[in-house]
Design a protein around this ligand. Structure first.
Ligand SMILES: [Zn+2]
Length: 230
């Protein structure tokens, strides 16, 4: 298996800025960015199809694109083909859906790992306690958890951009073998950052109710946008 850092066209000469945080080139807008704000895709040379590789696990030849509909559209119009020097067969809607699904899987894995490490507060009481103790680095609120979102501590977390709206109470509950979970808090800074950046990459491709607060979540739309959850 080849390693990702030497295998990606866009990695050439793209190590600047923060040491240890390699930069890549977006196949859409052509700008350099740190790898963790870009979606990595890999080409299947046989089929000409591209697959999303959010974990940047390194198989295959990679290209990168900002988590934005404009950059993805440009990359699909020719940016990916230039990087891969091959035709790319994929439509924007399918790739956007795959980005969201891959992000969900990665976030589920990160939340599960945080729980096993004792770095996750589950449920409103535990989350409020963690916020009061300033131990919560990121709050995950189910989209249908309007009551939890109105608790003052959680409202403040939302207003300060330390929250993302993701899934619903049933979905969060299933992750932890409970009926329903309205709210979670990540207590580990690095894992919280990984969840936030993974969410941010996929946020522009999600249904509006995810990532952006609905009216009954008090319209804190700005705090829920992808750029403010980092
Ligand atoms: Zn871009």
């Amino acid at each position: 298996m080849q390693t990702m850092t030497t295998n990606d066209e866009s990695a050439k000469g793209a190590r600047r800025g923060n040491p240890g945080r390699p930069e890549r080139t977006c196949a859409g807008c052509g700008k350099h960015a740190e790898a963790d704000v870009l979606v990595r895709v890999v080409l299947d040379p046989g089929s000409g199809e591209v697959a999303v590789d959010l974990a940047r696990s390194g198989f295959g030849r990679g290209a990168h694109v900002h988590g934005s509909t404009a950059c993805l559209a440009k990359a699909l119009r020719g940016g990916f083909a230039r990087v891969f020097k091959a035709q790319v067969k994929v439509d924007a809607a399918a790739l956007a859906e795959e980005i969201v699904n891959a992000a969900d899987r990665r976030i589920d894995g990160l939340l599960g790992g945080a729980r096993r490490a004792g770095q996750l507060a589950i449920g409103a009481d535990a989350v409020v306690e963690a916020l009061r103790a300033e131990r919560a680095h990121l709050v995950v609120v189910a989209r249908d958890a309007a009551a939890a979102a109105r608790l003052p501590e959680i409202e403040r977390a939302i207003a300060s951009g330390k929250a993302v709206a993701l899934g619903d109470k049933d979905r969060l509950g299933r992750l932890f073998a409970r009926d329903q979970v309205a709210v979670l808090a990540l207590l580990h800074e690095g894992v919280a950052a990984a969840v936030a950046s993974t969410f941010g990459l996929s946020a522009p491709f999600r249904p509006r109710a995810e990532g952006v607060a609905s009216a009954d979540l008090k319209g804190e739309a700005a705090a829920w946008s992808s750029s403010e959850v980092r």
